[in-house]
Design a protein around this ligand. Structure first.
Ligand SMILES: Nc1ncnc2c1ncn2[C@@H]1O[C@H](COP(=O)(O)OP(=O)(O)OP(=O)(O)O)[C@@H](O)[C@H]1O
Ligand SMILES: [Mg+2]
Length: 260
């Protein structure tokens, strides 16, 4: 972890009480995300990857408690700020992309309306500027015929189109960081590759940093600058992707790599 990391998570510990027992979901976890980088967060199911993402955004489900740790974003202590200010950071400075876009979109509003809502909340654009911007965003993420797609309801889009629409929403107000949790695992292989290419393109074009949560080590090798390996709530290894993949230090990382 270095001083100029865009995001720095220190000693993050998250617990939950289940039937009177305290379970530790994140255990003294550290994460550093350099500016303009793609950092992959990998690890088996239940290792705490999603919990890490949600904790950064202060979106942990009820019952999960941060018992220790600091989160610094662009030098600012996130735990020190109010829920109101955190709402401003979410969406504006840090965007989110989830595995299943149907959960992120409300079924009763058009996709265009929901992307525009982000602009209404986080920008000073007027109505016609917002409409222009939404069309432009749909174009950036490679959706065909934005003028038509803008009126579609979430269920009218294919899985790949929905994923692109969610990315359009996440980048709407030029965030510095995107947290993408298994953004392609519901898509078929050829679509996965295209979404990955889109992320790489957006990273360069929009000067983004991305935390990519994934099981897919092929995807990590292909696009991540850094990789952070989690196991049972702990970060067991972190480093430059090339180094970690070529010469894994931790037995768990070695096992992960042998499995592919
Ligand atoms: N609301 C909750 N209440 C109790 N335990 C929870 C809750 N949410 C998550 N957990 C537990 O926290 C641990 C970490 O879960 P998390 O979803 O962060 O893992 P993950 O690495 O994202 O896994 P996956 O790869 O399957 O998505 C798991 O053991 C999970 O059962
Ligand atoms: Mg998860």
């Amino acid at each position: 972890m270095v001083a100029h990391d865009l995001l720095a998570v220190h000693h993050l510990t998250v617990t939950v009480s289940v039937a009177g027992q305290t379970k530790t979901l994140l255990d003294d976890a550290h994460l550093g995300v350099p500016a303009l980088s793609i950092t992959a967060l990998v690890g088996g199911s239940g290792s705490g990857k999603t919990t890490m993402g949600l904790a950064i955004l202060r979106l942990l489900p009820l019952g999960l408690v941060v018992t220790r740790g600091r989160i610094l974003f662009a030098g600012k202590e996130l735990f020190g700020i109010s829920s109101k200010d955190m709402r401003l950071i979410r969406g504006k400075d840090i965007g989110m992309v989830f595995q299943e876009p149907l959960q992120a979109f409300n079924p009763v509003f058009s996709v265009g309306y929901q992307i525009e809502e982000v602009l209404r909340f986080h920008s000073f654009l007027n109505a016609s500027q917002r409409r222009e911007k939404v069309l432009h965003l749909l174009e950036i993420v490679g959706l065909p015929d934005p003028k038509r797609v803008v009126r579609y309801y979430p269920h009218q889009l294919s899985g790949g189109m929905r994923q692109r629409a969610m990315i359009a929403q996440a980048i709407a107000v030029n965030p510095q960081l995107i947290i993408a949790d298994e953004p392609t695992s519901n898509l078929d292989v050829s679509l996965q590759a295209r979404i990955i290419d889109l992320f790489r393109h957006l990273k360069d074009q929009l000067k983004l940093s991305i935390i990519l949560i994934t099981h897919d080590l092929g995807m990590v090798a292909h696009m991540a600058d850094r990789v952070v390996v989690m196991r049972e709530g702990k970060v067991v290894e972190a480093g430059a992707t090339k180094t970690v993949l070529a010469n894994p230090q931790h037995p768990y990382t070695q096992a992960l790599l042998e499995a592919v």
